[in-house]
Write a protein that binds this ligand. Structure first.
Ligand code: ZN
Ligand code: MN
Length: 160
């Protein structure tokens, strides 16, 4: 898990700076806790939950409350800087690296969430728009299954 001392990759660092700039543009205060939350989000491709962000940020800022994390994530979501993946049965997860619709692969065992960009998606959307007359604005596509790591642990696991 990412901590304050972990170096961000070039791409994550660029995203981190971009998000900080957007927060400043919106006239919001940049507290050290808020910066740490943004940094964690920018550096993670794991689609963390608020609880996971909270646990990571608390390593450097032990007094950070869960409410602060919720509030900051809500602000970033409002600004379109994070995308929320809502689930009925488990915690919502967040993507700050690609804050726009894209399909995901979700492991039903370990709840790993991976980005996916199937080439056929654009033509599928175009086909649906043509057939339905809809102007499609966004989509939510989740593929559920068992990730390669979980399959290795449990080779005969069946889809649930
Ligand atoms: Zn898994
Ligand atoms: Mn994603």
């Amino acid at each position: 898990m990412l901590t304050e001392t972990t170096a961000l990759s070039g791409k994550a660092d660029a995203r981190f700076r971009e998000m900080l700039a957007r927060i400043k543009q919106n006239g919001l205060r940049l507290t050290p806790q808020r910066v740490a939350i943004v940094r964690m989000l920018a550096g993670s491709s794991a689609h963390p939950s608020v609880e996971q962000i909270h646990a990571a940020v608390r390593r450097n800022f032990p007094t950070t409350s869960l409410a602060t994390v919720y509030k900051t994530v809500a602000i970033l979501k409002e600004m379109g800087e994070v995308m929320e993946l809502g689930f009925g049965d488990t915690s919502n997860r967040y993507d700050a690296n690609q804050p726009f619709s894209h399909p995901h692969l979700i492991c039903t065992r370990c709840r790993q969430i991976t980005d996916s960009h199937p080439a056929a998606l654009d033509s599928l959307a175009q086909e649906l728009a043509r057939e339905s007359g809809y102007r499609i604005l966004h989509q939510r596509i989740d593929f559920y299954g068992i990730c390669p790591a979980c399959q290795k642990k449990e080779p005969h696991a069946t889809v649930t």
